[in-house]
Design a protein around this ligand. Structure first.
Ligand SMILES: [Zn+2]
Ligand SMILES: [Zn+2]
Length: 367
């Protein structure tokens, strides 16, 4: 009887531990959808059509898949594919699409498989800059090992020395998601990163109309022929020198501190600002994933450091800042705080295993 009682109490203790161990995760399961895991719900939103691209993963060349023309539209939007005149894109995985996919993979630094493999589709659904990756008549790649690029004719700001460019925020097109002071500080830091490596200085101006660089938050079609698309998808764009327009998609959830902004689809403003300033100065996109000028940015990721590829590119246009030492470049860092579902589901399993191990230990008969 005593032995039976011990077994029953051990069993009871096991379930007690199991339930106790799972309580935080049961609560987390309710909280996380608004926070980290909710990214899937938010991305799987009708306003973010690129999410549908996942259904084309591993589509076979030569096949015909309903909706595949959307991939062709995407590749067309970023300069990889041109429809035959007057003809809409078809849903056929044809030779032109294979060729465009291969070029996309090369420009994004992906493995060139000519297929819509998972890495390629994942890259396509990532939030990105609207500036085209591929302008065949204009992209200049200097040397085989360099990955940065420029706009046509290596356009840059031509000013007498010392070069000073002014920037200002559009008072009509701002955002109330962040304070004006925080936005100005973030842009000041972003400009400073480029000023550190080239002999160009940036000064904030209170006069928007006459500033060299004009910064604004805009929504959807905003009159410059480069409409934004709502949450995620395209997040910003800028024009080549000496245009100066730098636009951010007002419909994004902008953040400067992911501890404060918990939305799953939050985009780091300072990262995008630093990238778009690169365009304003004349940089095109780079195929180096760690580079500031790489075209995509993962949600909830802060990526603000220039790397050697960015520095060599911008110094090709403006020359080096004499005060800058190449050794002072920080090592590339990318800190994604987004927690994939797969990682989360592993945690309770570990705890269950731990609880079970504890019960087994407690139940072992004494020698
Ligand atoms: Zn860009
Ligand atoms: Zn615009």
């Amino acid at each position: 009887m005593s032995s039976l009682w011990k077994q029953v109490s051990s069993l009871f203790f096991f379930f007690f531990l199991l339930i106790t161990a799972c309580i935080p995760y049961c609560l987390a399961a309710r909280i996380i959808p608004d926070n980290k895991l909710g990214v899937m719900d938010e991305i799987n939103n009708a306003t973010f059509k690129w999410f549908n691209f996942f259904k084309f993963t591993d589509a076979v060349p030569g096949s015909n898949t309903s909706g595949l023309s959307e991939i062709k539209e995407y590749l067309h939007q970023f300069g990889y594919l041109v429809p035959e005149s007057g003809v809409n894109f078809t849903d056929e995985f044809d030779a032109e699409l294979q060729s465009a996919v291969a070029t996309y993979q090369r420009r994004l630094g992906l493995k060139v498989t000519r297929q819509l493999d998972s890495d390629t589709v994942s890259s396509m659904v990532s939030p990105r800059c609207k500036v085209k990756d591929n302008s065949p008549s204009s992209i200049v790649h200097v040397h085989g090992t360099r990955h940065y690029s420029f706009f046509p004719d290596m356009a840059r700001w031509v000013r007498p020395n010392p070069v000073i460019l002014t920037y200002a925020f559009n008072p009509q097109h701002t955002t109330d998601q962040l304070s004006s002071a925080d936005i100005r500080s973030a842009f000041a830091r972003a400009f400073a990163r480029w000023a550190q490596v080239i002999p160009v200085q940036f000064e904030e101006s209170s006069t928007f109309e006459t500033a060299d660089v004009k910064i604004g938050f805009h929504s959807r079609d905003h009159g410059d022929g480069q409409p934004f698309d709502g949450p995620l998808g395209v997040i910003g764009h800028a024009f080549s020198p000496e245009d100066g327009r730098l636009h951010l998609d007002a419909d994004e959830t902008w953040a400067l501190d992911f501890g404060i902004v918990e939305a799953a689809n939050a985009v780091d403003l300072e990262s995008v600002a630093t990238h778009e300033i690169g365009h304003v100065l004349g940089m095109g996109h780079s195929s180096v994933k760690e580079a500031m000028m790489y075209p995509t940015l993962t949600v909830r990721t802060r990526k603000v450091d220039l790397i050697l590829d960015d520095v060599e590119g911008i110094q090709t246009l403006y020359g080096p800042n004499p005060a800058f030492k190449i050794d002072s470049l920080p090592k590339p860092t990318q800190s994604a705080s987004y927690l994939p579902v797969a990682q989360w589901t592993n945690v309770p399993i570990k705890l269950i295993a731990t609880s079970l191990a504890m019960v087994l230990t407690l139940s072992l008969p004494k020698q």
